[in-house]
Ligand binder design. Structure first.
Ligand SMILES: NC(=O)C1=CN([C@@H]2O[C@H](COP(=O)(O)OP(=O)(O)OC[C@H]3O[C@@H](n4cnc5c(N)ncnc54)[C@H](OP(=O)(O)O)[C@@H]3O)[C@@H](O)[C@H]2O)C=CC1
Ligand SMILES: O=C(O)[C@@H]1CCC=N1
Length: 275
């Protein structure tokens, strides 16, 4: 790919994307420029993988074909205002939770090619899942190019934008829920006497393997669960505890609340820009 990418905001997600794309070999490190307001951040954080870093968003945007906005929703308006006039012919990808294409369109030139995307942190290890939606200015060829770029770090799905808040809650935020589950499984092992490092390894590998079974076996998770639960055995005793405490409802509510928050982020911000 011969395009140059500018990542604005080299925080957790921006730097993860930079590293994921370079590791995947789809872009050379010379094809990515990253910006952040705090230059010290660059030195502190080794994950920037030697890409060029600037603390000047405009300079970075001017030298790139694709602009990826990876700042918090709370500061995105400020950044959009700063770079807007330099984005006429650019593909602008925003990964900001809750920020709609309509909102981005109001802040950018009418010709801007806008993509709203929702990745998740496992892109760092090439196992991300990424949803993308586009505005009318993005051609089929351009969306294929972006899809191809992002496919180097995960599975990419082109979705209707009205699914984005839920996807933000499920796969965008989901790693956080899964890490809590892994940590709790490991704590359970430690509680019962396993060494911490062994317990964490077993917990993480159990989640990894179980997810692979769901994806590769073509079996419903309930059927896979039944394969683990012998009558009168150990697993069903554990499940009884989880069901008594409402594990399913708790997880469903977590997704619902996160999706509500994604919607709230956009509606609470108003859509008002100085051109
Ligand atoms: N973390 C995640 O798992 C995911 C995050 N996202 C989205 O990605 C975006 C970034 O999130 P995340 O990486 O977690 O947040 P971070 O706060 O870690 O990263 C944002 C970075 O942008 C910097 N920044 C702030 N203002 C500017 C500016 N004007 N110009 C350039 N850089 C600036 C921040 O610097 P400073 O800290 O000094 O303010 C920070 O380093 C958010 O919109 C979030 O919704 C999407 C999917 C998953
Ligand atoms: O918590 C957040 O707002 C971001 C968006 C998705 C995951 N983390």
């Amino acid at each position: 790919m011969d395009k140059k990418l500018c990542i604005i905001g080299l925080g957790k997600m921006g730097s993860t994307l930079a590293k994921g794309l370079v590791n995947a070999g789809i872009l050379k490190k010379e094809q990515i420029v990253g910006t952040d307001i705090c230059v010290d951040n660059f030195e502190m954080n080794p994950v920037y993988c030697n890409i060029e870093t600037l603390n000047d968003n405009i300079k970075a945007v001017q030298q790139c074909d694709i602009v990826l906005l990876s700042v918090k929703p709370q500061v995105i308006d400020k950044v959009l205002k700063e770079i807007s006039s330099f984005c006429k012919d650019k593909i602008v990808i925003s990964i900001a939770a809750g920020i709609t294409i309509e909102h981005l369109e109001k802040a950018l030139p009418s010709s801007a090619k806008i993509i709203r995307a929702m990745p998740n942190t496992p892109i760092l290890v090439g196992e991300g899942v990424i949803a993308i939606s586009r505005n009318k200015n993005v051609s089929d060829e351009e969306i294929s190019m972006v899809k191809n770029l992002l496919e180097s770090v995960g599975r990419v799905y082109l979705v209707e934008e009205d699914m984005m808040d839920v996807i933000t809650a499920l796969s965008g935020s989901g790693p956080a829920y899964v890490y809590i589950i892994i940590e709790a499984l490991a704590d359970g092992g430690v509680l019962m006497g396993l060494p911490r490092d062994l317990s964490l390894e077993f917990a993480a590998r159990t989640v990894l393997g179980s997810a692979k079974m769901v994806l590769e076996s073509n079996k419903h998770p309930g059927e896979l669960k039944d394969m683990v639960t012998s009558p009168g055995g150990t697993a069903i005793r554990g499940i009884e505890v989880l069901e008594n405490r409402g594990i399913r409802g708790i997880i469903m509510n977590a997704v619902k609340e996160a999706a509500n928050r994604s919607q709230e982020i956009n509606s609470q911000r108003g859509v008002k820009f100085d051109r």
